[in-house]
Design a protein around this ligand. Structure first.
Ligand code: GLN
Length: 486
């Protein structure tokens, strides 16, 4: 038995019957990180001491048999955009390189309460801006399946860590695909929950009306367990739902007989990778065999998904990132400064990377008095059309099925000098965020020896059906069990 490849569920079973201890499991995972992460580079910070301390506490809890949850003693990693008290939180930006938050994100508090063990903070595109993890100010993360390829972004470190056995699950953040795309590229399961299902308190904002915190894990069952632990209303985040969190994992074994699965034709784009397309077709056949009813549907405004997303996202980002002023958080460049404006300008010049600066400029432009109506307002109206597309489709379907990405992981360096090509790679993930609906990516095959992801999109607050279909699929297939050879 390889401890570092255990699923959350398997780890929990073994911890509960005391076949293994959390200290043992955590130490094995830390050793794996020490031996493997120099190749992958998924972690920005490894919190060895804290992890072992939390593991010892989890073992005490397990010994007493009190207050045990499915995550007690299970080691995980956290995207470096979620605030952790006393643990450096960088957002992969130089401007926050030495920033140590005073408080935990609500999600972190919840995971602490559940007894999960934090291994460290994972690499990402700076402030979540990117699709390849190459916009990190520190280093690139490599795809565990092929080290010359990207891990995907922006939560690339989170996905690579799970794929390479460096944590049983990870927490990422998805504004336009940042959980789903890297999960698909690295061959793991990842969920963007409904907007408002999981608290954003303590998450360093990219675009506040899009940002969603979600789990990455080895299968849908594990994602269900993690979502149960992190979801729910939070008095610190007024956009969170009051609705009770369902017991997702306990209700996964229902048949998917007669489940109506819509295939939005606009997502099967021209120029899509042939290996991705055939993997998807095979997955559709598999679901049909399980009794699902497949039907073609149309989301007619899909072509506006990218422009809507890249207008509204940059607008919100330009406003959110105004807080990094050289005075309140992180870095401050005050050398030769005459006044506070000098500090502000110098800090932002030296602290932000090119992509961040590009988006702040684009966002400020779209929000400026002369262009507000033409860009920002127009995009907001079109956002409503995107949302209505989903509402219409869900009148005749229970879920939708699409590729997570039109191609498998591309090569490091392939798109980094062409921002537009990079933005285009998000074509299959960006529309769900303006609409707020949940979406889950599940491994469904390989193209050129690189993993392919199938995306399941659900109704607002209906993560349950996504998990149910994914679980049924994963009972019949073993794509999610394949491991990269490292
Ligand atoms: N790739 C998208 C972007 O660059 C998604 C980012 C995200 O979801 N955080 O904006």
């Amino acid at each position: 038995m390889e401890l570092t490849n255990l699923t959350v569920r398997e780890a929990h079973e073994l911890l509960k019957i005391k076949k293994i201890s959390s200290v043992e499991l955590t130490q094995a995972t830390l050793n794996r990180i020490r031996d493997t992460d120099s190749k992958i580079k998924s972690y920005i910070t490894v919190t060895d001491e804290l992890a072992l301390q939390q593991a010892r506490r989890a073992d005490e809890r397990l010994a007493k048999g009190e207050n045990i949850t499915p995550l007690t003693g299970v080691p995980y990693s956290l995207k470096d955009s979620l605030s952790t008290r006393s643990v450096r939180t960088t957002c992969a930006s130089k401007i926050l390189e030495d920033y140590v938050p005073q408080y935990n994100a609500t999600v972190v508090d919840k995971l602490n309460d559940a007894g999960a063990v934090l291994l460290g903070k994972t690499n990402m595109d700076e402030f979540g801006m990117g699709s390849s993890c190459e916009n990190s100010a520190f280093f690139n993360t490599h795809n565990p399946w092929n080290l010359n390829h990207v891990a995907g972004g922006s939560s690339g470190g989170a996905a690579a860590a799970v794929a390479a056995g460096m944590g049983a699950f990870s927490i990422g953040e998805d504004t336009g695909g940042s959980v789903r795309m890297p999960a698909a590229f690295c061959g793991v399961t990842g969920l963007k929950p409904t907007y408002g299902r999981v608290s954003r308190y303590g998450v360093i904002s990219l675009a506040s009306s899009f940002d969603c915190v979600g789990p990455l894990a080895r299968n849908a069952y594990d994602c269900a367990l993690v979502l149960e632990a992190i979801a729910g209303h939070d008095s610190h985040d007024s956009t969170t739902y009051q609705e009770k969190v369902p017991q997702y994992a306990a209700n996964l074994n229902k048949s998917i007989e007669k489940m109506r699965i819509g295939i939005p034709k606009e997502y099967f784009v021209a120029g899509m990778d042939a290996g991705v397309e055939s993997a998807l077709q095979e997955a559709i056949r598999q679901l049909e065999k399980l009794g699902a009813e497949i039907r073609e549907v149309s989301l007619p405004h899909t072509q506006y998904g990218l422009p809507v997303y890249y207008l509204l996202q940059v607008a919100e980002a330009s406003s959110n990132l105004a807080r990094f002023d050289g005075m309140r958080f992180g870095m401050s460049v005050s050398k030769n400064a005459q006044d506070s404006l000098d500090i502000y300008l110098q800090t932002r010049r030296d602290g932000f990377g090119d992509e961040v600066k590009r988006r702040i400029m684009l966002g400020a432009y779209a929000l400026s008095a002369g262009y507000y109506d033409a860009y920002y307002l127009k995009a907001q109206k079109t956002r409503t059309l995107l949302r209505r597309d989903f509402e219409t489709a869900f009148a005749s379907c229970d879920i939708l099925l699409a590729p997570t990405s039109p191609m498998p992981a591309f090569k490091l360096g392939e798109k980094i000098n062409d921002p537009l090509a990079m933005y285009l790679s998000d074509v299959c993930t960006v529309s769900t965020n303006p609409a707020g609906v949940p979406a889950l990516t599940v491994p469904c095959g390989f193209s050129n020896n690189l993993p392919v992801g199938m995306q399941l999109i659900g109704k607002h607050l209906d993560e349950q059906t996504l998990f149910q279909v994914a679980h049924a699929y994963q009972q019949e297939t073993d794509w999610h069990e394949r491991l990269p050879s490292l």
